[in-house]
Design a protein around this ligand. Structure first.
Ligand code: NAP
Length: 316
């Protein structure tokens, strides 16, 4: 891939987009473009097409989405369904109209059925019912995967979808109303430690198994998809290793240095019992994750401490 290629990273200030931006820059790509949502609202079809016509990007990486944890998905189902459909449809359709040959779409492991066999293989898509707590978001993402697949079939273009497992890392969302489990735990344990090691209440039973990928590893997967024409339309991206939510809590508690009690609130939903990606397809082509969970939590906590004042204000 020519390092001067003009690459538009949608959502370049988000956790994923900023990691992709950094990885591309470090690897010599110097013609990157991005717009914040206040500069370009991706829900606005006309504005998105106008932007594509003016800027003429040659590659598009879609890291823009309305993202959130169980609570946010439960409380704002229409927002999660409709905004994600609008954002991705406007990007995909504008890219097609502008005859862009390469488009990397990012979805999430929640596209797979709630009770699918584990680890999750790409072929399990649309084989059974989704997890109800995030089906709105998942449905939008499935539509994005299928739109890219359809363009690939109909027009022969390199539109590819990467499905990351649960991500965490620098620039994560630490707002307790909208955040995912790992950053939420980091913040709860940190604040409990500061408040003299008070109790920490966590959602569910602690028994579900989850997999976590440091966001810089996803960025290298995107770089890999950028530099190689991948033979299929859909690839999982993860570590292939999972642990229980209770084990995760103990690891974070120890990293943060909290010495209080942990209460498990079993009146709150657990979500899917196990969610582990089968990453053999992308691995067989040559991509591998490199950051282990302990090292990743260490980096994320350091970033949290350095940015604590800013991240308190994040809200849906
Ligand atoms: N976080 C995870 O655990 C996880 C796991 C799997 C997959 N993913 C996928 O990774 C992608 C990015 O997630 P993330 O965690 O980086 O989310 P994030 O930190 O919330 O970033 C989302 C980005 O989308 C942009 N955006 C949202 N609505 C927009 C709009 N209407 N117009 C323009 N831009 C808009 C935001 O721009 P502004 O900041 O300018 O508003 C922000 O840059 C998503 O597709 C998500 O499905 C994330």
């Amino acid at each position: 891939m020519n390092k001067s290629v003009k690459i538009y990273i949608a959502g370049h200030k988000g956790m994923v987009g900023s990691a992709i931006w950094n990885a591309l820059q470090v690897n010599g790509y110097h013609n990157l473009i991005g717009k914040t949502s206040s500069e370009l609202d991706l829900r606005n079809q006309a504005a998105v097409l106008e932007f594509f016509e003016a800027e003429k990007p040659e590659v598009v990486i879609d890291a823009a989405a309305r993202v959130g944890g169980i609570l946010a998905n439960n409380n704002y189902p229409y927002t999660f369904l409709m905004e994600n459909l609008q954002i991705q449809n406007n990007l995909i359709e504008s890219a097609l109209k502008q005859e862009i040959d390469k488009f990397i779409f990012l979805g999430s492991s929640c596209i797979y059925p709630k009770l699918a066999p584990q680890p999750l293989k790409e072929e399990y898509l649309l084989t059974a019912a989704l997890e109800p707590t995030n089906e709105w978001y998942a449905l939008a993402k499935i539509a994005g995967v299928k739109a890219c697949e359809a363009i690939r079939k109909q027009y022969g273009k390199d539109f590819v979808s990467l499905m990351p497992t649960n991500l965490y890392g620098t620039h994560d969302n630490f707002d307790l109303q909208t955040s995912h489990v790992l950053p939420a735990m980091l913040r709860k344990f940190h604040e409990a430690k500061i408040n003299n090691h008070t109790k920490v209440t966590l959602w569910g039973s602690g028994s579900p198994l989850r997999e976590f990928l440091f966001v810089d590893d996803l960025a290298t997967a995107v770089l890999f998809a950028l530099e190689n024409k991948l033979p299929e339309n859909l690839y999982n991206v993860g570590t292939g290793i999972d642990l229980t939510i209770k084990e995760l809590a103990l690891l974070i508690q120890q990293k943060v240095g909290h010495q209080g009690e942990i209460i498990w609130d079993s009146s709150k939903p657990d979500g899917t019992p196990r969610k582990l990606m089968d990453i053999s397809k992308l691995k067989s082509l040559g991509w591998n994750p490199t950051v282990d969970l302990e090292a990743g939590i260490h980096k994320t906590y350091a970033w949290f401490l350095a940015n604590e004042n800013k991240i308190k204000q994040v809200k849906l």
